[in-house]
Ligand binder design. Structure first.
Ligand SMILES: *[C@@H]1O[C@H](CO)[C@@H](O)[C@H](O)[C@H]1NC(C)=O
Length: 349
């Protein structure tokens, strides 16, 4: 398919801001145990597929289309930090990625990021190989000088990757590698904040020399946290970042918001890396993937305007999974091929 077709189609769909009920502050059940559970009543993300599919799994025909999944042991993640990133932000994102592996010795208590990834590992290819449960950060490249400027297009994202894989010692790993390009909050990207918060695809040999699965995710902190870091910021018509917004688990609205988008894209990259494996819908140019099906859903009872039941720590910060080194994260649920429903490790039943 043509580049222009493909580039416009594979992304994380956002919700339009229409037809949304008024914001109400989260209701908090005060439990004696810590962390406490609560069920924030946030306004629905209109067009959220989690609403559409919640409790109606008959409507979802997620099918396998014979292509590969990421089954290598481990999956090598290569990070491209585009723009200016603070060290604590990088460590936070890396801790999330490193929390996926079950082999991590500093295992996190349940519900954990590794348990969240278990849903992804239930997807197999035609040889019966599962998506790997082992993920490492195999390399990092800092594009500190904004090699392709402060505004990236879908095409220049591939040029940034091409540029990075030409820089020793950052390698081309076309067997086990996936590439994550993360843009800092001062970088604008084509369709960012309007149509997408992130997307995944694969590079073209004519651009990069190889077919490499990759994803881009932007830090929306300064540009559109109410869109891409929801529910840590709310749109102005709901009172902006006021009392309705949830407190981010690591005190960084932009990066905490990115984590859930990274999780969404990574789950889809793993189960549909060349966009010919697991997706729903008849049109391969507009696949609905395992993250899309559960967007906006973070806990039990979610859907129809609720993100679902999540947890709060002693300082009121919201999360639904534990990671390494005592980290906490809020990640969206994923479509389980076993349950034929959205699922996450913080499910109450
Ligand atoms: C692999 O996937 C199959 C099908 O979903 C599942 O039954 C099995 O438990 C998975 N194996 C591992 C090791 O995750």
């Amino acid at each position: 398919m043509s580049m222009s077709m493909s580039s416009s189609l594979f992304f994380l769909f956002l919700f339009a801001h229409s037809a949304i009920a008024a914001a109400t502050a989260p209701t908090v059940q005060t439990l004696t145990t810590s962390p406490s559970l609560f069920n924030p009543k946030l306004p629905p993300r209109a067009l959220s597929s989690s609403k559409k599919f919640e409790g109606s799994s008959d409507l979802v025909h997620l099918r396998y289309h014979m292509g590969p999944v990421l089954s290598s042991n481990p999956i090598n993640i290569y990070l491209i930090w585009y723009g200016r990133w603070a060290l604590p932000q990088k460590l936070l994102i890396k801790d999330f990625l490193l929390s996926i592996s079950t082999t991590d010795l500093r295992a996190a208590p349940s519900p954990s990021v590794a348990e969240w990834w278990r849903t992804v590992s239930l997807y197999t290819d035609q040889t019966g190989a599962n998506v790997s449960r082992s993920v490492v950060v195999a390399g990092e490249h800092a594009d500190l000088k904004y090699s392709h400027g402060n505004h990236l297009t879908r095409l220049s994202v591939q040029q940034v990757i091409a540029n990075a894989v030409r820089s020793a010692p950052f390698p081309v790993d076309h067997k086990h590698g996936i590439y994550l390009i993360l843009t800092s909050e001062d970088v604008t990207v084509q369709d960012f904040c309007r149509a997408v918060c992130g997307f995944h695809y694969f590079t073209f040999p004519s651009m990069v020399g190889y077919t490499l699965p990759y994803a881009w995710i932007g830090n929306s902190g300064k540009q559109c946290p109410e869109v891409c870091a929801y529910p840590f910021a709310l749109p102005a018509y709901m009172g902006g970042g006021g009392p309705g917004a949830l407190s981010p688990p690591n005190r960084d609205v932009g990066v905490d918001g990115m984590i859930s988008v990274i999780g969404h894209e990574l789950a889809e990259l793993a189960s549909n890396p060349l966009v010919n494996a697991w997706y729903a819908g008849e049109d391969p140019t507009a696949p609905t993937e395992i993250g899309d099906l559960c967007e906006g859903l973070y806990g039990s009872g979610g859907g129809g305007g609720y993100i679902g039941q999540v947890m709060k720590d002693g300082e009121g910060r919201t999360f639904n999974v534990n990671g390494r080194k005592g980290r906490k994260f809020l990640v969206q649920w994923l479509w389980s091929p076993e349950l034929k429903a959205c699922s996450g490790p913080n499910a109450l039943d």
